[in-house]
Design a protein around this ligand. Sequence first.
Ligand code: SAM
Length: 375
Amino acid sequence: MFIFFACQHGAESFLKSEMKAVVPSAKFAFSRAGFVTFRTDESFSAASLNQLPLTFARTRGISVGRTDKEHATDDARVDHVLSALADVDPAIVSSASQESSLVSSIDQIHVWQRDSKIPGDDGFEPGRTERADAVGHMIRERINVDSKIGINRIAKSGQLVLDCALVEPDQWWFGYHIAESVSTRWPGGVYSLRLPEHAVSRAYLKMEEAIRWSQLPLQAGDTCVEIGSSPGGSCQALLDRGMNVIGIDPAEMHESVLAHKHFTHRRARAADLKRSEFSETKWLFSDSNVAPNNTLDSVEHIVQNRRVNMHGLVLTLKLMQPELAEQIPAYIERVKKWGYEYVRIRQLAFNRREVCMIAMKSRSFRRRRPKTRKP
Ligand SMILES: C[S@@+](CC[C@H](N)C(=O)[O-])C[C@H]1O[C@@H](n2cnc3c(N)ncnc32)[C@H](O)[C@@H]1O
């Protein structure tokens, strides 16, 4: 059988290396920029697929088939998708299923196009497209006109999702997954966001995605610090949640961020500040354009001080050379040694050549819906 993944445009080789380490028996089968498939043995299930710890997998699914040139129109492609799915035994997904076919068990349809560029290049941002939504509607109409099946909506945990990746105009890969963790609930593994007009940099998007993915229990009124805060897009995402934000950066902040009453700029490098400056701070964010070990050095220096009690960390680790991706397990171990029991890492959809690490003192700090307050 085949499994498929969406990843960032250009991150296919990272995903292949991870798969080699995590599932050595899986054989690479096919890839295009932003989309990779592997052949696995038949015992592989949707549940085991969800468990794979893969930094570079944006989303994942069990493949049922694909369309190609012989399916020359959208109608023919939709027919092929549904007839192939109709042949799948629903017991594959749930032994308790009463349904006669997998199609009748579908709760959500997720259709996505692979990324055409690296996020942020030439204005490209990942997320929903009109074309993907239109294909979702065509599939749903063919299943049942009155169907309540959602199209490119966030799935609930436990729901069966029909995935359809528009890899080429005539080549759609389709299959299914069971929604479970936060990112497996998002269509194509992307929480669709638009950059707000007031945002001064696209870092706003990656901060929003990091907060939603990590489910950090940020509260309006909490104090947080960002190392590498200029010009200020990510600070704005925190300010928009009603947080008090200290930005540390030797470079200038955008004037609109400086003018915010809950923002303080410390125009310095992180290492130049006294540790006592962080004693009231609960959350630490870092987005410095330095190598990952330099980011970790700066953060370690702060969090290892006994007067500092950071509940959670959100660190952007810049993969300045591709080889740095191999160090990811070592970065995780390093952060765990500081007393952060729960550490996860993911290449966010809105990341560029970087990954996002979150660390919490305890997993119980997570919660489902972070409270927000309008600024
Ligand atoms: C990618 S930019 C940050 C973007 C910012 N987060 C935003 O939302 O617009 C990286 C920043 O890291 C800053 N930086 C690099 N080394 C630093 C250090 N040791 N301490 C604080 N800032 C640093 C740079 O000055 C630069 O402004």
